[in-house]
Design a protein around this ligand. Structure first.
Ligand code: CO
Length: 191
């Protein structure tokens, strides 16, 4: 197993839709093992293949109960402390609304509230190609939607309000290139 490099925004691979997985062999399982190791090493609770530079519809999730910042309940859910490998996922049902302060390994130090569905049902395949289904609420639902967005080439900034998007974009520009921020952070947001 190996810890892979996590791609940091901006990068084309983060804004490109990934392809369906069709080969469920040892190569895929080695990649999945590397993704779990990379997520663990980076201290993340979810990771999409795009984030390690691979355009495959592969997601890993593992939400520790201890590190849980889920605000609605203290109860331990069935998905806590459980490694999930989610391949070719499809959201088949969405219910309710839920706001949560999200972060992303590809956006170091950026944390903003995003509104998503409260409960989702997702059909997917495991690393052996076997069909699986999960229905989850709260943080697991947030994580599923955030990671499925990644493999569709959508970063979480795009799910923020326009006001927050502008704040985050200015932060990124300022951090990445202080000179260009002078030109790009004027008060007039024309878009
Ligand atoms: Co992310």
């Amino acid at each position: 197993m190996a810890v892979l490099d996590v791609v940091v925004y901006p990068a084309e691979v983060l804004e490109t839709s990934a392809s369906e997985v069709t080969e469920f062999g040892s190569k895929l399982r080695n990649f999945v093992a590397d993704m779990h190791e990379t997520m663990h090493a980076a201290g993340g609770i979810g990771l999409a293949a795009n984030q390690v530079g691979s355009l495959q519809r592969v997601i890993v999730i593992n939400i520790p109960y201890d590190g849980d910042r889920y605000e609605e309940t203290d109860s331990k859910e069935v998905w806590h402390d459980t490694p999930f490998t989610i391949i070719n996922p499809k959201i088949t049902k969405k219910e309710g609304k839920f706001k949560y302060q999200e972060g992303c390994l590809s956006f170091p130090d950026i944390f903003e509230v995003v509104q998503r569905a409260h409960t989702v049902t997702v059909e997917y395949q495991d690393e052996f190609g076997k069909k699986q289904e999960i229905t989850a609420s709260g943080l697991m639902a947030v994580c599923l939607q955030h990671e499925i967005d990644h493999i569709d080439g959508i970063v979480f900034v795009e799910r923020m309000s326009r006001l927050k998007q502008n704040i985050v974009k200015k932060k990124l520009v300022r951090r990445g290139n202080p000179e260009s921020s002078i030109n790009n952070t004027g008060e007039q947001d024309v878009e």
